[in-house]
Design a protein around this ligand. Structure first.
Ligand code: MN
Length: 296
């Protein structure tokens, strides 16, 4: 069943060309929240903003691989928008240049509906001028995206990854209910949701195993996913399962870049300098590795 769900999202995926001029940055599991104690992203928001602006200025397209907005803990998108307005304004800049592509995950599965997306993200109320202004009008969330690599028969499949997680794909409303009534209040006193693969190692391994099974059954189809929060960057002789990690690591965000037909796993984090100032820097964790190594 899980294998069929992944195959369906592959069939329905939006297609985007990729060639030697393309530059892509993938982040996922940003979990943008309301900036309260239950907002796992709050500590990393400056790092994320700085990284994303850097990619914007360097002509990258941004593809978010799901769970960008934390719509389980928060009923109202407006609270998330107000807490991270600078980030949404930057996303708007990407969108206006057609350089923004969104995939939904289990925490923002409601954005599957274009109507819902338009209502939540299409516009915002500007309190200074008391007028409604455009935000991400016309943006469509997809379940999957295929990057068609110029000169190759094989391609790259982008997906959130909860398709390999029955509980979070089919029973997601139940999961959301538990997060709202149980785990969110408990998180504030330090107890974490054990049903999330991000917090439960056994679940995480199962999700990875199912995705790898699908890759093997589908002619070694390369996948880049999120969901588990565990960064993965295989060697060329291994199964091509990549994971960009998350933006809610304790002091860092991780992502995957494509530039010059090469892939890199990167981390953005803060260092403290001897004079007491803080600096946000990028560290390459793995790569750059040619894409062609994974399309054989
Ligand atoms: Mn997820």
């Amino acid at each position: 069943m899980v294998q069929q769900i992944i195959s369906n999202s592959y069939k329905n995926a939006k297609r985007i060309p990729l060639n030697s001029n393309s530059k892509f940055i993938f982040f996922s599991d940003v979990h943008r929240g309301d900036n309260s104690y239950a907002d796992d992203f709050a500590d990393n928001r400056n790092i994320y903003y700085h990284a994303l602006r850097n990619y914007y200025e360097n002509d990258f397209s941004y593809i978010e691989l799901g769970d960008g907005n934390e719509l389980w803990k928060n009923h109202n998108f407006k609270d998330i928008f107000e807490a991270h307005k600078n980030i949404f304004m930057l996303l708007r800049e990407f969108h206006l240049k057609n350089r923004l592509h969104m995939i939904w995950g289990n925490h923002d599965m409601v954005l599957k509906s274009p109507k819902r997306t338009e209502k939540n993200l299409g516009s915002y109320f500007d309190e200074v001028t008391s007028t409604t202004k455009e935000l991400l009008s016309g943006l469509i969330y997809d379940e999957g995206i295929i990057l068609e690599v110029e000169g190759f028969a094989k391609n790259i499949f982008l997906i959130h990854g909860h398709q390999a997680d029955f509980y979070n794909y089919i029973l997601w409303k139940w999961g959301r209910f538990l997060v709202r009534v149980l785990w969110k209040p408990l998180q504030i006193v330090g107890i974490k949701d054990p049903t999330s693969p991000a917090k439960n190692f056994k679940e995480l391994i199962k999700v990875e195993r199912r995705l790898k099974k699908w890759i093997l059954a589908n002619n070694n189809q390369m996948i880049i996913a999120g969901h588990t929060h565990r960064p993965r960057f295989p060697n060329p002789n291994e199964l091509p399962y990549f994971n960009d990690g998350s933006c809610v690591h304790p002091r860092a965000i991780t992502g995957i870049e494509i530039e010059n037909m090469q892939l890199s796993l990167i981390k953005w984090h803060t260092i403290s300098k001897r004079d007491g100032t803080l600096q946000i820097i990028k560290t390459v964790l793995k790569g750059p590795q040619p894409i062609s190594d994974y399309l054989k």
